[in-house]
Ligand binder design. Structure first.
Ligand SMILES: [Zn+2]
Length: 269
């Protein structure tokens, strides 16, 4: 009864105000900025806005708020945990689940919010590399790091591998995640490898047996991969905050490298 009553009441309102959707479409959302904020902002101690991303995040938050998914108080340009939860709800309403409903915006869900996009990030097709699942963007990044460092990487674990490694807290369930062998490299080459991976847009760390139940390896997460698992998103946020991405939230012990996405790296060449 309530439902039909509400629909009858809603119809005249829609007929009277058809313009707002058109007005919103005139504003353009920087998808790269929104993605960076969605990974970084939840890791911040405050509600600081990610540089360059604020206006685009606000447009996304306004669209979520207009659909009753986000309290208007959080339409502030900071893509924090409330916005992540609201975005995940939006993705579930579109019928997505798992890594497709992680709260990290993708092109389809942003477009279906009625937003016009620029700087669209695409992870490309999935394939395998050295026998491990990987997407085209991650593979291009790995090859770029290989060229920069002169090191031929040996993959020990890939992406899209739910449950493949219980010690990794699900970071390899989605896209963008790689484990690379470090035991065969000298200490200097390990640092060179992590440096090159960071320079092309990975959040990458050397992981030692003292830190967990694993062999010495390099764990790398492609920043702004739209298929990142929730735990991998958190690691990217930790990376931006200068942490190690482990449960102890320790200080980043890796090489100091300017933090960039792959798209930012490509534009810098
Ligand atoms: Zn890993």
């Amino acid at each position: 009864m309530n439902v039909s009553r509400r629909s009858i009441l809603a119809l005249p309102a829609l007929a009277l105000f058809p313009a707002p959707a058109l007005a919103l479409a005139a504003s353009t959302v920087d998808m790269e900025g929104v993605l960076k904020a969605a990974q970084w902002d939840p890791a911040k101690a405050d509600s600081a806005v990610t540089a360059g991303a604020g206006p685009s995040v606000k447009l996304v938050e306004k669209a979520l708020s207009d659909r009753g998914l986000l309290d208007a108080a959080y339409v502030d340009g900071h893509f924090g945990t409330r916005t992540v939860a609201a975005y995940a709800q939006w993705q579930r309403e579109l019928g997505y689940s798992g890594i497709d409903a992680s709260g990290l915006p993708g092109k389809t869900s942003l477009t279906k919010l009625g937003l016009t996009l620029t700087r669209i990030v695409s992870v490309g097709a999935r394939s395998t590399y050295q026998g491990f699942p990987v997407n085209a963007r991650t593979l291009a990044m790995l090859r770029a790091a290989q060229t920069r460092s002169g090191i031929t990487f040996v993959v020990e674990q890939g992406s899209y591998s739910p449950g493949a490694d219980p010690t990794s807290a699900g970071t390899h369930d989605g896209g963008g995640a790689l484990d690379l062998d470090a035991e065969a490299l000298t200490a200097a080459r390990r640092t060179a490898a992590v440096t090159a991976l960071r320079q092309v847009g990975f959040a990458a760390w050397l992981r030692t047996p003292a830190q967990g139940d694993w062999p010495l390896h390099i764990h790398a997460v492609a920043i702004s991969d739209t298929d990142l698992a929730a735990s991998a998103q958190k690691q990217v946020g930790a990376y931006y905050e200068g942490r190690n991405g482990l449960a102890n939230n320790g200080a980043d012990d890796g090489p100091r490298v300017s933090k960039v996405t792959y798209e930012e790296y490509l534009r810098s060449l």
